[in-house]
Design a protein around this ligand. Sequence first.
Ligand code: FES
Length: 125
Amino acid sequence: MNMYQQHIMEHYGNPCNYGTVQDCTHQHTDFNPLCGDEVTIQVKVEDDKVVNVGFTCKGCAISKASTSMLTEHVEGKGVEIVKNIKNEDMMQMLNIPISPSRVNCVLLGLVAIKKALYGVEHAEH
Ligand code: FES
């Protein structure tokens, strides 16, 4: 196992911000229709900033680890900044080669947090 894979396994085994945010202001559950994995993200926004974020998921190591890294990254950031996180930014955070079939695993948490912040009630697939 190389050090990047190890980084992913650490986030998978001991994810950051895993759990619910009782007083969240935004939340969304998204799923990957190809595999059925799902991620729920809850965010508390105050003064246009993400002051608290939590997630729960049923899924693979990559979706869990990348959502964990994402929540670590967005804590304390402005809502507009989070809405503008790009798919490439997620790939950079993960920092391992990802096969095309797993790209959606990496992006699941990002899709969920954006839909939460944009107030999309239902995932469109
Ligand atoms: Fe389903 Fe990764 S295999 S999100």
